[in-house]
Design a protein around this ligand. Structure first.
Ligand code: 5GP
Length: 169
């Protein structure tokens, strides 16, 4: 009987150890997942934010799209501007509209672009809204400028957001 009892208690110990190993394994997996989520949620591009006073970087991603070095899903193109779908859309309609000239942000564009470029850019915004069928339902235009706004691409652009309510974005 004693042996049987010892065997039973050994089995219990083994079961507890196995449970512990299982839960430790599960905890490790959970911890890993949580770390991954936290890492992905925090902006990893803190050092990549654009300085509003920086000189134009002709190797930025939009300059490469304009040169045809990178693909883009183009919505509208004119002599002065290009509009294409954002690679990481934040709304049903999320199109980026950029001037073809080399301007880091809206203040540089306003200071240095010609009247034709400015009018051509405004026209591109309007035409893009019509093409995307948001001209009647409404849309939002956002142009992040510099570090406090979280600008990541150093080529002046407007985000055109719509296709659904976008008040909170
Ligand atoms: P910002 O943060 O400068 O206001 O916006 C930059 C935008 O460019 C982001 O919404 C980002 O998703 C988009 N973007 C970054 N790289 C690419 C790309 O290679 N192609 C396209 N279509 N959009 C991009």
């Amino acid at each position: 009987m004693g042996r049987i009892n010892i065997g039973k208690s050994n089995n219990k110990v083994k079961t507890v150890k196995a449970d512990l190993r299982k839960s430790t394994g599960l905890q490790t997996v959970l911890l890993f997942c949580m770390l991954a989520i936290v890492t992905l949620s925090f902006p990893t591009h803190a050092e990549e934010l654009v300085d509003a006073t920086a000189d134009y970087d002709s190797n930025n991603v939009f300059a490469r799209i304009l040169r045809g070095d990178l693909p883009a899903d183009i919505v509208f193109e004119s002599e002065y501007a290009l509009a294409f779908h954002d690679i990481n859309p934040q709304a049903k309609v999320h199109v980026l509209i950029i001037p073809k000239g080399q301007y880091t942000n809206i203040t540089r564009f306003n200071a240095d672009a010609s009247d034709e470029e400015k009018l051509g850019f405004l026209d591109a915004i309007s035409q893009t809204a019509t093409i995307m069928k948001v001209d009647e339902s409404g849309f939002k235009l956002v142009s992040n400028t510099g570090q406090h706004a979280g600008q990541t691409v150093p080529h002046f652009h407007f985000h055109l957001l719509g296709g659904e309510p976008v008040q909170s974005q």
